[in-house]
Design a binder for this molecule. Structure first.
Ligand code: SF4
Length: 157
């Protein structure tokens, strides 16, 4: 609900859902349904792409969590690897920390994140190149710190 007595509530949103071409393949996931819903509810989108913020280029190789889950990545017990087998764990962790810092800087308490991403996925992510139940690295870190996360599919127009 919009705040009756103050500025709009800031919410973190995966930048690709807002039309930024920051996906691994250089495309976007613009979600017009989400944008209209945020406007209707009086919410202000704070865009964030954890993978770019973590230092990865666009385009970049596809990546996934190796064997385990995002909690294991956060705890240093699992890696994120690219399709060529390169270790991308440090960049994914840096991106997740950037997202958390962005939430803190803007007073964000909830986030709308792109489903199935190894960073942003909420209900599903990629493990060993397969869609797997469980959050991505950023969603898992935000949840650990009390940020409410909601998965969004990337609907058009
Ligand atoms: S899903 Fe997240 S990490 Fe991937 S492009 Fe969108 S904002 Fe960036």
């Amino acid at each position: 609900m919009p705040r009756a007595d103050g500025p709009p509530e800031p919410v973190l949103v995966s930048a690709c859902l807002l039309g930024r071409r920051c996906r691994y393949d250089g495309r976007e996931n613009h979600d017009g349904v989400l944008e209209r819903e945020l406007a209707r509810r009086g919410l202000r989108a704070v865009p964030c792409c954890p993978e770019e913020a973590g230092g990865l280029p666009t385009p970049r190789p596809p990546a996934w969590i190796e064997r385990d889950d995002a909690e294991a990545v956060l705890d240093g017990r699992a890696r994120v690897v690219t399709d060529a087998g390169a270790d991308a764990t440090a960049a994914f962790l840096a991106g997740a920390r950037h997202a958390l810092e962005t939430c803190r800087a803007h007073g964000v308490r909830r986030a709308f994140l792109k489903e199935r991403s190894p960073s942003c996925g909420v209900a599903c992510t990629h493990v060993n190149d397969a869609v797997t139940p469980g959050p991505g690295v950023t969603a898992a870190l935000l949840r650990r710190h009390g940020i409410e996360v909601e998965g969004v599919e990337g609907r058009r127009p």
